[in-house]
Design a protein around this ligand. Structure first.
Ligand code: GDP
Length: 195
């Protein structure tokens, strides 16, 4: 599914720019700097295909990638910028709600959580949007290499506790390190299995 068959398709700023709803898709959401671009690059094996948008004022685009001919991988704009202008946040929330509610081929959302920090209030808000849209989501912990083994259980417990409050949460977490490669094959297999 991933080997050499990943391409950037388009950046979308409004619902009418979405490609036809004719294949399975998965989306990736996460606070800015969570490691989303790095993870997508690791998953696809294409360094630089996803780029971090660390400019709070920047137009918030939904980026579409094709995986072979069977899936779309969707990179949602990062959220939780400290100094994002209100208008940008509102535009993003509007587009996100429309996207989540209106995309029938969306099989699963992956909500990225920094393994050092656990679930933050802004992550919880996104999870609530996913509950309301009835989109099954799965938590993916990033930067696992930055957390000592002895501290991992504590973070995992915090994340499991947060997920338990969300009816749309898939109970199984994926622990990843884009740096070390941990969890990448697992995540690929999960996506491939979502026909
Ligand atoms: P984004 O804003 O969510 O797209 O975040 P980026 O992918 O740009 O990553 C933010 C920072 O975290 C960068 O400096 C990355 O090099 C770093 N990073 C991302 N993934 C990992 C990881 O698995 N391990 C470590 N140690 N650093 C990571």
């Amino acid at each position: 599914l991933f080997a050499g068959e990943v391409d950037f398709l388009k950046g979308v700023v409004a619902m009418d720019g979405l490609p036809p709803d004719d294949r399975a898709e998965v989306c990736f959401a996460g606070r800015s700097n969570v490691g989303k671009s790095t993870l997508i690059n690791a998953l696809t094996g294409r360094k630089g295909i996803a780029r971090a948008s660390n400019t709070p004022g920047r137009t918030q685009e939904i980026n579409y990638f094709t995986l072979a001919d069977s899936h779309y991988l969707v990179d949602l704009p990062g959220y939780g910028f400290a100094n994002a202008p209100v208008a940008v946040v509102e535009q993003w929330q509007r587009l996100l709600k429309q996207y989540l509610a209106g995309r029938v081929s969306l099989r699963r959302a992956f909500v990225l959580i920094d393994a050092r920090h656990g679930v933050k209030p802004v992550d919880d808000e996104i999870m609530t949007l996913l509950d309301r849209a009835a989109v099954t989501f799965q938590a993916v912990l990033t930067k696992a290499d930055k957390v000592k083994l002895k501290d991992r259980e504590k973070v995992l417990d915090q994340v499991r506790g947060a997920l338990a409050k969300h009816p749309a949460a898939y109970p199984e977490l994926v622990l990843t390190s884009s740096e070390k490669g941990d969890g990448i094959a697992t995540l690929r297999a999960i996506i491939a299995g979502l026909g």
